[in-house]
Design a protein around this ligand. Structure first.
Ligand SMILES: O=C(O)CCC(=O)C(=O)O
Length: 272
């Protein structure tokens, strides 16, 4: 991943920290989408086996769909911004929602409780075909990623205010924080729906890995202060507090704050 041309801005990074995802519609060229469809149709065995923690270039040979996907300038730039240079591949998989399959996947996060506040994995989701409302697009809950849960503990929630069910044009890529609550919806259409997921682990500190020239833009704090409708107004402050901690880590600025919240609760006069 060599590009520096398509790095995210600080405002976009702050939006990711608040929402837990970065969406890029129709950025994959149609010839790559067309090549991907029969490969994905053949299922998981059509993917090369990748050991946990394999560097991207070793995991995905030159000319492979995966390599071309991650080297698209918009994808490479967004990945570099979110996870830093030279991430490793944790795992990759093809997710298929069968036509009229009759059930949805329960809401879940792809991890046991993960308490990291100064690092996160990025999950890439790639949709090679148009996903319409009845095709069981991926449901996700914006802003849920910093609410620590244990894998499928959220499975009993059927619907949450503010959830989004993905519909998108062919060639859409979404990059997600590993903690986001999500699940494949029921496919009520006649069409098989494909999603290819790659999980990346950082190998460098995730500090100022994006285009920081707008770091002082007041819109950064505005993005980090977003409220999501799934939690009460007061509880939403906990998420903003969590985001302040993530932003401090990402910018290596322990003094960053919004409305003095983190400074106030860390105040211990006289203690080292
Ligand atoms: O099929 C989908 O849309 C989501 C599947 C998924 O992300 C999962 O199984 O963890």
């Amino acid at each position: 991943m060599t590009t520096t041309k398509h790095l995210l801005t600080s405002v976009e990074m702050a939006r990711f920290v608040a929402n837990g995802f970065h969406r890029m519609d129709a950025i994959v060229p149609s010839d790559l989408n067309e090549r991907a469809l029969p490969v994905f149709d053949a299922g998981h065995q059509s993917l090369p086996h990748v050991d946990y923690g394999t560097p991207v270039k070793r995991a995905f040979p030159e000319g492979s769909i995966s390599r071309e996907l991650v080297e698209l300038p918009e994808v490479a730039g967004a990945l570099q911004s979110l996870i830093g240079a030279d991430p490793t591949v944790d795992h990759h998989a093809i997710h298929i929602r069968e036509p009229h399959e009759g059930s949805a996947q329960p809401l879940h996060g792809d991890a046991i409780i993960d308490t990291r506040q100064d690092a996160f994995d990025v999950q890439l989701m790639y949709y090679p075909q148009e996903v319409t409302a009845d095709m069981g697009g991926t449901l996700s809950v914006p802003g849920s990623h910093l609410r620590r849960t244990n894998e499928s503990d959220t499975g009993r929630y059927q619907n949450l205010r503010g959830q989004t069910r993905l519909t998108c044009p062919a060639g859409t890529v979404v990059l997600l924080h590993h903690g986001i609550w999500h699940g494949g919806r029921r496919n009520d259409s006649d069409i098989r729906r494909y999603m290819y997921k790659i999980r990346f682990n950082p190998t460098v500190p995730q500090v100022r890995t994006w285009d920081v020239s707008d770091l002082d833009d007041p819109q950064v704090s505005a993005e980090l202060s977003a409220y999501h409708p799934w939690s009460e107004h007061a509880t939403s402050r906990l998420e903003i507090h969590n985001r302040i901690k993530v932003w401090r880590a990402l910018t290596n600025d322990p003094s960053f704050d919004i409305d003095y919240w983190a400074t106030r609760v860390a105040n211990r006069p006289g203690r080292v």
